[in-house]
Every structure is written in C-alpha cells, then in structure tokens.
Design a protein around this ligand. Sequence first.
Ligand SMILES: Cc1cc2nc3c(=O)[nH]c(=O)nc-3n(C[C@H](O)[C@H](O)[C@H](O)COP(=O)(O)OP(=O)(O)OC[C@H]3O[C@@H](n4cnc5c(N)ncnc54)[C@H](O)[C@@H]3O)c2cc1C
Length: 440
Amino acid sequence: MVQGTMGYQFQNWATTYSSEPELYFEPTTVEEIRQILELAKQRKKRVKIVGCGHSPSDIACTDDYLIRLNKFNRILQVDKERKQVTVEAGMVLSDLNEKLDELGLALSNIGAVSDVALGGVIGTGTHNTGIQHGILATQIVAMTLMTAAGDTIECSYTVNRELFQATRLHLGSLGVVLNVTIQCVPAFKLHLQQFPKTLTEVLNDLDTHLKASEYFRFFWFPHTDKVTVFYADRTDKPIKTSSSWFWNYAIGYYLLEFLLWISAFFPRLVPWINRLFYWLLYSTKVEQVKRSDKAFNFDCLFKQHVSDWAVPIKQTRAALEQLKDWLDNNPNVRVHFPVEVRFVRADDILLSPCYKQDSCYINIIMYRPYGKEVPRERYWAMYEEIMKRNGGRPHWAKAHSFLRQDFEKTYSAFHKFCSIREELDPSGMFLNNYLEKTFF
Ligand SMILES: Cc1cc2nc3c(=O)[nH]c(=O)nc-3n(C[C@H](O)[C@H](O)[C@H](O)COP(=O)(O)OP(=O)(O)OC[C@H]3O[C@@H](n4cnc5c(N)ncnc54)[C@H](O)[C@@H]3O)c2cc1C
C-alpha cells in the first residue's frame, strides 16, 4: 500500500494560493492510485490531483488528500503513421516537447510555459493563440480516466463521446486522468516577427492580422495607445535567435522588477514605466526563427496576479475600447503592462470558454515585485464587469468571480457537464472549495 506523507505544504507557482493536505501521495502505479481512492472513500476524504501547481487560483488546493502524478511521465505508445502519441497524464510539457522532437513530431500549439503537466493543461482549458487553433485540449483524441469508484474508462470521438466532450476540460472534477492520446504534427519551426502599431490601427485591421499570421497575438500597453504585434508562422529558414542577457534579463527582468517595486510606493510612475519599457524592448521590429515549442513559450517573469477572460471574437474591439476608456477616465488607477490579446477557434468541449464560438482572450496582469502586493481591486472589478458586459467567460485556471448561476447563463452545456460529474462522482470525492463555488 502506498504511504501518504503528512505535513506537506502545497503552494501554487505565483505563491498566491496554498493548502495543507492531510496526506500527500506520489503513487507509482495505477493500482496505487486505486488504493488511495479506496482509502479516501473509507475515511470520507476528498482527493485532489495536482499537476505542476501553475494555476493562479485555488483550483488545485485541498485540505484532504493531494496526489501528484509526477511519476506518471512516460510515453506509452507511438503511432507513427497517424502521428499520435499516448502519454501518461503526469508528463510535463517540457519533457514531452523534447521526446516529440526526437520522434520528428510536435504539438501544433502550446501555451506560454511548458512547466505544466498534461493533466493540468487539459484540466483548465489552457490556450494560446491562432484563430485556426483551438484550446490545447483540442489536440487530444482519446483519454483514460479513473473514476471515484476506481473504474477506468476510455473515451474518444468514437467511444463514450459525451464523456470525451466533458473530460477535455475536466477541472479535476471527474476523476484521475491517467493517459491521453495526442494528435501531433510533424516537427516545425516558427518565423517570429514583432513590430509596433497603435491599438486603433490593430483594431481597425484585426481581420487582416488574423489572416496574415497563423499565430497572431498582441500586447497593449495600458495608459498608452501603443501595441506590439507578434506574428508566428511556419518556416524552413534556419534557426535565428536574438536573445541578449542584457536586454532580456538586466533590463527586461531585473530593472523592470526594481522599477515596479519603486512604483508600488509612487504609483504615478506606472504609466511612465509602461512607456519606457515599450520604447526599450517593444518598439522596434524583431525577427527570429525558433523550434515551435521554444517560439510558443516566453518568459513570464516574476510573481504576478492575472485574469484572462474569453469574449466572442466580434466583441474584441468593444471590450478593449471600454477598458481603455475606463483607464483614461480614471487616471488614479495605474496598471501594469502588458494586456495580452490572443485568439482561439471555437470547439465542442462542454466547459471550454470557446464552446461554439471563436474567441478573443484578454489577459490582464499586476506583478508582485519582490512579492509586494500592489492594489488591483478596482482594475480587476472593472475588467470583469467589462468582460461580462461583452459576453465573457473566465479562464478556469485563473481566479474569477463567476458562480454557478453565471456559468448556467453563459454555458449552454453546463447542465450536461454537471450531470456527467454527478454520475461519475456522486459523493463529491474530487470536489474542493473552488469546485463547490462552481457547481453549487
Ligand atoms: C507563468 C504562467 C504562464 C501561463 N501561461 C498560460 C498560457 O499561456 N495560456 C493559458 O491558457 N494558461 C496559462 N497559464 C495557466 C496554466 O496553463 C494552467 O494553470 C494549467 O492548468 C497549469 O497546469 P498544471 O500542471 O500546473 O496544473 P495544476 O494547476 O496543477 O492543476 C490544474 C487542474 O488540473 C487538475 N489536474 C491536474 N492533473 C490532473 C490529472 N492527472 N487528473 C485529474 N485532474 C488533474 C487539478 O486538480 C486542477 O484542477 C499560465 C500559468 C503560469 C503560472
């Protein structure tokens, strides 16, 4: 029988949420996972699986049993003809990227970081950008789940299809995801182009940008009209990077953190910092060629609070203009750069923020320089109000104020997901505070 450890402290990446599970487990076999679920059932304990703890919310917190699947990190099967791999759900994307590259394969899209586990990425609807690309879970073609009863169930487009529509954004609420089969693509490189524009120009030419680049996104610098556009497109050109320790770290990390810390005492500096860093790092044209995963990932710098809602793509202009107008009319509210804007294709995953609608994700950020909290309440409240006004749905990983009645209004398949969850986990073994706010 696998032994649980007492006294383990769980903390998420941003150190904004933590919990002290009664027992912490790192099982090595499927049978051990089943035994932990059985023990939890006997002792009436709840269970949470944690991936890499990167979610900026309490979604992975529990006071009862916490299971980390870090030992479930193998590729189980490779179907070279179909370019599909079956992988254990604890595998971290940074390892998977390397293994796929050795096989001449790659994921067609990944988020900004690869220090995340497959089970976690699928759990929260992790996304990147590219209007022909869905959230990352749309690359999954089959999954194996262990339910609260200890049974294993397979699901895919052809087997248990309804369950498959639910498990590809499971919130950790349906069971333990054991394995996933991923549709990969041949390994590829991306030609990255970064160039300056104004917000008005980008919004006027949005359709052109969406068509011009496979993975188009942009940064808007609040308190200015400045934007940096990022294009990323497949290429056969040789690798060419322009990384410089001085610009990326001395300026882009250490100086920025120091100035943001000073601005916590003198908030009037924030608009000036936004303009300065735009001018120093983002106002010139930059071109690079990188392996795809290295091109998708970027340095997310130091600890931070973020919020990231998806609005229907036709609301992009309205949502951004309303946010800009509000900031312009409230000069006492000073907010950090960037506001990151990304675009994602519609899908059929029951709880996906992109369920049945092409979407624009608008991500806001307030850093915590050297761990110092900076006031963000008014910014967050107005951002959420604007997102709601524009039909927004929050990113599941990132703390938000939506409750069950809001999900019922904005997700036509919410009830379907709830009945699947209630059937698979009638006693609520996989619930925690976050999920109670969602489902009750
Ligand atoms: C620096 C940074 C950058 C980020 N960039 C992006 C981005 O570009 N795009 C984006 O969309 N998000 C982004 N995120 C959010 C991140 O992708 C999600 O929070 C993702 O879920 C993290 O994966 P994880 O392995 O850390 O999951 P965790 O936070 O550990 O867990 C997430 C959920 O999955 C459940 N879970 C995990 N594994 C399993 C399993 N095997 N079975 C059942 N349940 C499981 C957990 O219980 C929990 O409910 C970023 C976060 C950070 C900190």
